[in-house]
Design a protein around this ligand. Structure first.
Ligand SMILES: Nc1ncnc2c1ncn2[C@@H]1O[C@H](COP(=O)(O)OP(=O)(O)OP(=O)(O)O)[C@@H](O)[C@H]1O
Ligand SMILES: [Mg+2]
Length: 305
């Protein structure tokens, strides 16, 4: 029976020599889902994407994208669009030349290509001339054109490896609007990012740590399940550097970490909240807060300290 899932990964491992870049991970991505793939540098995100795109072969395990695998690379390539992490466009070619070159690599029919350019440039709201040199485009627009290139053949599943790295907040927002529109059209978007505000926009997030998948859930569930205890934001009342030290030996504190100019503190349980507030109200501004994904990420990846 054919799977309803767009992406299926079963017990995937990728070894380079003795080193596991990806270690026995399994998950599925549903059609139309925005799937966020998170993890620190070297966690194995790009390696996993390369395997899904047929560029890298698994050491062990199986993967498929819309029921196709790297064993039938021609069929797999029709299903997937891939925007790689480092290289996206030829800077010294015009926008049109980049599109046309990629179209010929994909062996697209001329008439189909012309129709797609029109559709996709409208989709991103491109208002430069097509004969503009890529090197003269703003970084954020370049990334949008790269997205267009990856979608010329109208793939069902699109892999975006850090598409917004180094892009200004304005264009990051625009790029995520495009991702949401794609998902609404039923396209599956598999995206990596180091920006936690972007991770919030994903339907589900997988968190990778040194090749292993340590969490997989919706942003809401991750925040709820990773933080059953109260999370407090602490601000020093005065600029004294040492005042935070009085918290260091408090047994009711599970973790205390700097967060910008403030501290985020996890308490042992709900019962310790009232006494804690009473005890320290004279020393700090204390506010109970909802965890954000950065808190989740830090706790899962680094553990409590
Ligand atoms: N071809 C290769 N040969 C040897 N080691 C490799 C190869 N490709 C990746 N690695 C190693 O595998 C690990 C995972 O790399 P990968 O590029 O998948 O990480 P990543 O999660 O994408 O990181 P980043 O956030 O920096 O892009 C790293 O330690 C990397 O150095
Ligand atoms: Mg990477």
């Amino acid at each position: 029976m054919k799977s309803e899932n767009s992406v299926v990964v079963s017990n995937l491992s990728v070894k380079f020599g003795d080193f596991y870049a990806v270690k026995n991970i399994s998950f599925q991505v549903k059609k139309g889902e925005i799937f966020g793939f998170l993890g620190a540098n070297g966690a194995g995100k790009t390696t996993t994407i390369k395997v899904l795109c047929g560029v890298q072969h698994p050491t062990t395990g199986d993967v498929s994208v819309n029921n196709e695998t790297y064993k039938n690379i021609g069929a797999l390539k029709k299903q997937i669009g891939y925007m790689s992490q480092k290289f996206t466009l030829y800077d010294d070619l015009t926008v049109y030349e980049n599109l046309s070159f990629n179209s010929s690599l994909r062996k697209l029919e001329r008439s189909f290509f012309q129709k797609r350019i029109k559709e996709l440039m409208d989709f991103i709201g491109f208002d430069y001339a097509l004969d503009t040199l890529v090197s003269s485009l703003p970084g954020g627009i370049k990334q949008q054109v790269s997205l267009v290139v990856s979608m010329l053949h109208d793939p069902e599943v699109i892999f975006l490896d850090e598409p917004t790295a180094g892009v200004t907040p304005f264009y990051r927002n625009k790029f995520w609007e495009l991702i949401r529109m794609l998902s609404k059209k039923g396209k599956t978007v598999f995206v990596t990012t180091h920006y936690m505000d972007e991770a919030e926009y994903c339907d589900r997030i997988a968190l990778m740590r040194t090749g292993e998948m340590i969490a997989l859930d919706s942003p809401v569930n991750l925040k709820k399940n990773v933080f059953p205890e109260p999370l407090l934001e602490i601000t020093k009342l005065n600029a004294s550097n040492n005042s935070i030290d009085i918290l260091k030996n408090d047994e009711n504190i599970i973790s205390l970490l700097p967060f910008g100019s403030r501290y985020h503190l996890i308490l042992k349980n709900k019962n310790s909240l009232e006494p804690f507030l009473k005890k320290y109200a004279g020393s700090f501004f204390i506010k109970e807060i909802e965890p954000n994904l950065e808190d989740v990420f830090v706790r899962l990846v680094e553990g409590d300290r």
